[in-house]
Ligand binder design. Structure first.
Ligand code: SF4
Length: 311
């Protein structure tokens, strides 16, 4: 099985992501966010290096179409604490970036600053998740990820190096991080340090993440149950809040982004009107700069000639 694969979220019609590849150097994720969606199908709560990652990557590179960006990573963080020692993500970047491929680093970490020499020279944008500015709430929700303040400091550095970035305010969870004023302040804060695009989304309950949420916040169980079950709707095995509530929760984020002249999008909300979605891509991949053109990787790559002649 390949390690560099087309992103295909089970053909979910609610997903508006552009065509792209996904590559997870690790399986499982040590950040152990309570709301993590990936744990429904990847049971490990530690980041484990993928077996034979580099040789499998070299083989997959022969088959990819270099027109499409590569998102690292979508079901694990590419910069978990283990990366400080293992340097696996760095090795992947050292292979991908000199080929002129476009890469988005999707992360909650601050470790990627170690690789700024590569990131700032090549076709890379960063998508950083910050769900709240409240560090004690973040510690409960994302117990092993760096604090929001540390993520902000790292993003400030990215701006100094002229690396574009978007911020994911995702997920917004009723009664925890849904205060309208705090959400507006979060958007203003990330805009002030250079964010160009905001992606946002409400929390969708799955049995395993909902259990973790209730274990951590038992006082909210009853209120969540009412909001998600009698009033909400099951879509593709996720429990969604009602459309009315989702629109209300997301509004401060998209409205503040609009006021500040940022692009913005909602993720898997089926809210694609200009009020809630105004961007060339939902995921921020439109920010990836072109600092170098793709090079032919091998004779087996979809021919570069074909790539250059596509209208
Ligand atoms: S960083 Fe992402 S993949 Fe890792 S635990 Fe948190 S939500 Fe899951």
């Amino acid at each position: 099985m390949g390690v560099l694969t087309l992103f295909d979220p089970w053909k979910n019609p609610l997903c508006t992501c552009p065509r792209k590849y996904t590559l997870n150097p690790y399986t499982g994720c040590s950040h152990r966010c309570l709301y993590c969606y990936a744990t429904a199908y990847i049971r490990s709560d530690r980041s484990k290096p993928k077996q034979d990652l580099i040789s499998r990557l070299r083989s997959d590179l022969k088959r990819i179409d270099p027109r499409y960006p590569i998102d690292m990573s979508l079901s694990s963080d590419p910069y978990p604490p283990e990366e400080r020692v293992l340097g696996l993500t760095r090795r992947v970047l050292e292979i991908l970036l000199p080929l002129g491929l476009r890469v988005q680093i999707t992360t909650k970490s601050d470790i990627y600053l170690r690789d700024i020499d590569l990131i700032s020279k090549h076709n890379v944008a960063v998508s950083a998740t910050i769900t709240t500015l409240d560090s004690s709430l973040a510690r409960k929700l994302e117990p092993h990820a760096p604090s929001p303040q540390s993520r902000l400091k790292t993003l400030e550095k990215l701006s100094e190096y002229n690396v574009p970035f978007s911020v994911r305010i995702d997920p917004i969870i009723p009664f925890l991080n849904d205060d309208a004023n705090e959400l507006r302040e979060l958007v203003r804060t990330v805009a002030s340090i250079g964010a160009k695009h905001i992606v946002t989304s409400t929390y969708k309950a799955k049995p395993d993440n909902f259990k973790r949420m209730i274990d951590a916040f038992p006082e909210l169980e009853e209120r969540w149950m009412k909001l998600y079950f009698p009033k909400g709707k099951i879509k593709r095995s996720y429990a969604y809040l009602s459309t009315e509530i989702r629109k209300k929760i997301l509004w401060p984020v998209v409205d503040e982004a609009k006021k500040l002249g940022l692009t913005y999008a909602t993720c898997r909300e089926n809210l694609v009107t200009p009020e809630y979605f105004y961007a060339p891509s939902c995921d921020g991949t439109h920010l990836i700069p072109i600092r170098s053109e793709p090079k032919s990787i091998s004779s087996q790559i979809k021919s570069l000639t074909e790539f250059l002649t596509v209208k």
